[in-house]
Design a protein around this ligand. Structure first.
Ligand code: SF4
Length: 364
């Protein structure tokens, strides 16, 4: 389960990843970047007991506390106008130590919660805005029957939904799970467009088996796109990122976000500074060494949601090395999408009514 009880986010590693760790160790050695790229992502470190200031339990507060047809909408978040998010279960094949949902409570939605969600998506109050659903968790590939139910119910109750996005790391954590049962679900979802979102962070994760899994998916879904997380010691150098995004090109995986790693509880040791991310993205986008078709957006996950970095985005810095980030969000827009939304204590309005938010930075 991506999720914690008593703040403990357990180590969980698949047999497949353990085999990969052994093979990579034999081939390159324990100190190699290749081995460390896997080990740092999955093996629990004593550094997780070192808690820094400003670390958090959730990456942002966007849950909806809404009733629909007399029932509570469960496992639902909404930050963006056209997209709503549902988490059917917190189960994952393996636990990525940097996970932004590592401290979420463990849960699983019931069939009636999913039907209620689908009816809400097609209801008069949201159907003119909502176009996309993001299914996340946990890893939805771990609960294919729940995934199937969501797709069926959306087709039945919410014809306004055109795209279903599904976040998964199963193809690189347990690729045998990308089987006919799963592929049939995506095939039968048509004409809905299914997009698969993945976090692939190092080329070593793209083994022959993982590639095969992505190829099978590629044949039945609309798109596959990637959201790499910038991780200290894993991929925080130009050469690794160049090789990784080159591999995406050959697999037909679109580059989407390069996320700065969020300060989740006990996970500070995985973070680079924001400045390092900016330096890398400058090299990646403006040095001629990167394919123009493989350039990601360097993005911070702030308390207000994602902010893709632009010139002038950092408007201030305080003595705790927090950065004040300018956004184009306004309070009213959040409230309209999610009436239970509250302005985080880290955010404020500027003189034009746009929001700014403090974001915790680290030294390299
Ligand atoms: S698979 Fe996704 S949700 Fe699960 S632990 Fe990894 S990043 Fe978190």
């Amino acid at each position: 389960m991506a999720g914690a009880k008593d703040f403990i986010f357990k180590e969980r590693i698949t047999t497949y990843i353990n085999q990969e760790l052994s093979e990579v160790e034999k081939k390159y050695g324990k100190d190699s970047r290749h081995y460390q790229a896997l080990a740092l992502q999955y093996i629990k470190s004593p550094l997780e007991n070192v808690l820094g200031e400003n670390e958090r339990m959730r990456h942002y507060e966007s849950e909806m506390h809404l009733m629909f047809e007399g029932k509570e909408l469960k496992g639902v978040e909404r930050l963006y106008e056209r997209t709503i998010l549902i988490e059917p279960s917190s189960v994952c094949a393996a636990h990525c130590r940097w996970c932004l949902r590592g401290q979420y409570p463990v849960f699983s939605l019931r069939e009636e919660d999913i039907i209620n969600f689908a009816m809400y998506c097609g209801s008069a109050e949201v159907k003119n805005e909502l176009k996309e659903i993001l299914i996340t968790g946990g890893d939805p590939f771990m609960v294919p029957q729940r995934l199937k139910l969501i797709i069926e119910q959306i087709k039945q109750y919410a014809p306004n939904i055109e795209i279903i996005r599904i976040g998964t790391r199963v193809p690189i954590q347990d690729p045998d799970r990308v089987n006919d049962e799963l592929l049939d679900i995506f095939e039968s979802a048509k004409p809905l467009k299914v997009e698969i979102a993945t976090h692939i962070n190092h080329p070593v994760e793209l083994t022959a088996k993982a590639r095969e899994a992505y190829k099978k998916l590629y044949n039945v879904v609309f798109k596959i796109y990637d959201q790499t997380v910038l991780l200290k010691g894993v991929n925080d150098d130009y050469e690794t990122l160049n090789e990784l995004y080159d591999q995406f090109r050959y697999l037909g995986i679109e580059a989407h976000y390069l996320f700065h790693c969020i300060p989740m509880r006990g996970m500070n040791h995985h973070r680079t500074s924001v400045e390092k991310g900016l330096k890398l993205i400058r090299q990646m986008t403006s040095s001629g060494g990167f394919s123009g078709r493989a350039k990601p957006l360097f993005t911070l996950m702030t308390d207000l949601g994602k902010i893709t970095m632009f010139e002038g985005a950092i408007v201030d810095r305080n003595k705790n090395n927090e950065l004040l980030i300018q956004t184009n969000y306004k309070i009213g827009t959040f409230k309209k999408r999610n009436p239970s939304w509250k302005l985080p204590t880290t955010a404020m309005e500027d003189e034009n009514g746009y929001l700014r938010v403090w974001y915790p930075n680290v030294e390299d």
